[in-house]
Design a protein around this ligand. Structure first.
Ligand code: ZN
Length: 388
C-alpha cells in the first residue's frame, strides 16, 4: 500500500526527531527502551537478535522501524496485555521468542522447519504471521502493519506462557482483538482496546449485511471456523463480533466480574476444575485441540458469564450496534470526531492514514487477512525453538 511509506516516514520522523519528548500523553508508553542487540547468524545471512526485558526478537529485517522500535513496542504491548487480562506483572522466567523475518520467503523457510507437516495450513497466510506453541513468527509486511500483527499474536503468546488452563476461544480471540488498536504520537505508543478501526468496520459491515453470527454459534467457533464462513468479509465479521463481545464483557458492570474470574481461574489452573465431571474429563483429554474449545466454550460461558444466553445476546447485540453507531441516524461516519481529534496528534492509527475513509473502504484493512487465517489450534504446547 503506497500510503504506508509516507505514513511511516512521517511517524518515524517524529520519533527520531523527538528524543526529549516525554510520554505525557495519558497512558502512553515509550517506544525507546533499553535492549541488547547482537548478530544473529541465520543460514548464510546475518540478522540481529534484540533482547529486551520480556522479548527476544530475531530479525532479518533491515528497516530501522523494526530494529530500533520493535522491542519498545512489544514491551508496551506487554504492559497492555496485563491491563487487559488483569494478570499481574511477574519477573519473566524466560524471554518470549519473536521471529520477524525480512521477507516472506525467509518466513516460509523458517515456518516449514517449525511446523513440518502442517505447512499447508500456514502457506495460506498472505501477510504477517502467526503464533505457534508460544513462538511468534512474522515477516515484515512494511509500515507499522507488522506491529499490529505482532500486538495481536503477542497476546496469544502471553497466554501460552501464563495460563495453566486454556481459555475458550471466544475469550482468547476477543482479548487478542482488544490488543490490536494503538496510536503513535512521536516516540510514544498508546493502546486503544475500545478503538479499533479495522474491527469497527468489520462489525459494522456484518450487522448491516445481516451476517450476524448467533451467540450460540459464535461462542463455539474459532478462527478456522471463521475462514469456513466463505467470503473474506464474513470471516472478518467473526473478528468484528468477537471484538464487540470482548469490549462488552470488559466494560459491562454485570459481566465484567465473571470475565475477570474466568481469567484468574485460567491462570491458576482452576478453569477445567469448575466444569462438570464429564466435561472435566473430556476437557483434559482434549487440551490443545480444537475439540477442547468446542467442549468447554458453552459450559464456561454459562458458568462465568450468564446462563441466560437469549437475554445476554439481546444486550450484547444492542451494545454492538451502539458500538458501531448503528442505533443513531448519523449521516457522518461514526466516531469521526474522536478520530479527527487524534488524527491531529498523530499521522496514523492502527496502520491507517489519518485521512483515510476507513469506514467506507474495507480495502484499508491491513492486518485482518493475517489474523483471519491464523492457525488457531496451534497456539499452545511447548516448542523447542533454536536461537539460530
Ligand atoms: Zn488471534
Amino acid at each position: 500500500m503506497k500510503w504506508t511509506g509516507v505514513i511511516i516516514t512521517a511517524c518515524l520522523a517524529g520519533v527520531v526527531g523527538c528524543d526529549s519528548t516525554t510520554p505525557s500523553w495519558q497512558g502512553a508508553e515509550p517506544l525507546r527502551v533499553h535492549f541488547a542487540s547482537r548478530s544473529w547468524n541465520v543460514g548464510n545471512d546475518v540478522g540481529r537478535e534484540l533482547t529486551s526485558k520480556h522479548y527476544r526478537i530475531y530479525t532479518t529485517s533491515s528497516r530501522p522501524e523494526i530494529l530500533d522500535y520493535l522491542p519498545g513496542f512489544m514491551e508496551a504491548a506487554h504492559r497492555n496485555y496485563l491491563d487487559i487480562t488483569g494478570l499481574q506483572a511477574k519477573p519473566p522466567a524466560q524471554t518470549y521468542p519473536v521471529y520477524m523475518m525480512g521477507t516472506r520467503q525467509e518466513w516460509a523457510g523458517l515456518t516449514q522447519s517449525i511446523v513440518g507437516g502442517q505447512w499447508s495450513m500456514y502457506a495460506s497466510i498472505s501477510a504477517g504471521g502467526y503464533c505457534y506453541k508460544g513462538v511468534c513468527v512474522f515477516w515484515d509486511i512494511g509500515g507499522l502493519s507488522s506491529m499490529s500483527v505482532a500486538s495481536h499474536e503477542g497476546l496469544h503468546q502471553l497466554l501460552h506462557y501464563r495460563m495453566k488452563d486454556n481459555l475458550p476461544m471466544w475469550m482468547e480471540e476477543g482479548l487478542a482483538t482488544l490488543c490490536e488498536g494503538y496510536e503513535i504520537n512521536g516516540p510514544t505508543v498508546r493502546f486503544t482496546p475500545e478503538r479499533n478501526v479495522a474491527r469497527f468496520t468489520d462489525l459494522r459491515k456484518a450487522i448491516i449485511n445481516d451476517w450476524w453470527i448467533p451467540l450460540e454459534k459464535l461462542l463455539v467457533m474459532d478462527g478456522g471456523d471463521a475462514v469456513r464462513l466463505g467470503a473474506p468479509e464474513r470471516t472478518v465479521g467473526y473478528y468484528g463480533q468477537i471484538w464487540a463481545l470482548a469490549v462488552f464483557l470488559k466494560t459491562d458492570p454485570q459481566f465484567s466480574p465473571g470475565r475477570g474470574k474466568l481469567l484468574a481461574d485460567a491462570e491458576a489452573g482452576r478453569l477445567i476444575a469448575a466444569l462438570s465431571k464429564t466435561d472435566q474429563q473430556l476437557a483434559r483429554q482434549l487440551t490443545g485441540t480444537r475439540s477442547y474449545n468446542r467442549q468447554v466454550a458453552l459450559p464456561l460461558f454459562k458458568l462465568y458469564i450468564s446462563k441466560d444466553k437469549q437475554g445476554f445476546e439481546r444486550r450484547y447485540k444492542a451494545f454492538a450496534k451502539k458500538l458501531v453507531r448503528l442505533q443513531q441516524a448519523a449521516t457522518t461516519p461514526p466516531n469521526q470526531n474522536n478520530f479527527s481529534r487524534w488524527s491531529q496528534k498523530t499521522p496514523r492509527k492502527d496502520g491507517f492514514p489519518a485521512s483515510s475513509p476507513a469506514f467506507s473502504t474495507p480495502s484499508v484493512r491491513v492486518e485482518t487477512p493475517v489474523i483471519a487465517t491464523e492457525p488457531i489450534s496451534a497456539t499452545r504446547r511447548s516448542f523447542q525453538h533454536g536461537s539460530g
